[in-house]
Design a protein around this ligand. Structure first.
Ligand SMILES: [Zn+2]
Length: 81
C-alpha cells in the first residue's frame, strides 16, 4: 500500500502506532495525504504526542505548507497499543 509506505517515511513514530490506529489513520488520510484540497500545496504529515493532565493523546496532523490549513487531525486518547 503506497500510502502506508509514505506514512512510514514521513510520520515519526509511525511504527509505534497500533495496527488498528494505522488502518484508521490511513483510511482517513488517504485522500488528503499528498496535496492540499484547498490550494494544491504540499501537505506535511506529522505525529505528535500531547500530554494533558493525566492523559496522553496521540495526534496525527496533516498541515498544508502553502496555506497552513490544518487539512486533517486524527487524535486519540490512548495507549499507543
Ligand atoms: Zn493549502
Amino acid at each position: 500500500m503506497a500510502g502506508a509506505r509514505v506514512l512510514e517515511d514521513r510520520v515519526e513514530g509511525w511504527d509505534d502506532l497500533s495496527l488498528a490506529r494505522r488502518s484508521e489513520v490511513l483510511g482517513t488520510l488517504r485522500l488528503f495525504l499528498e496535496w492540499c484540497p484547498t490550494c494544491d500545496g504540499a501537505v506535511n504529515v506529522e505525529r505528535a504526542v500531547v500530554e494533558c493532565c493525566c492523559r496522553r493523546y496521540v495526534v496525527v496532523a496533516a498541515t498544508c505548507e502553502e496555506c497552513t490549513d490544518r487539512v486533517l487531525e486524527v487524535g486519540s486518547e490512548s495507549s499507543l497499543y
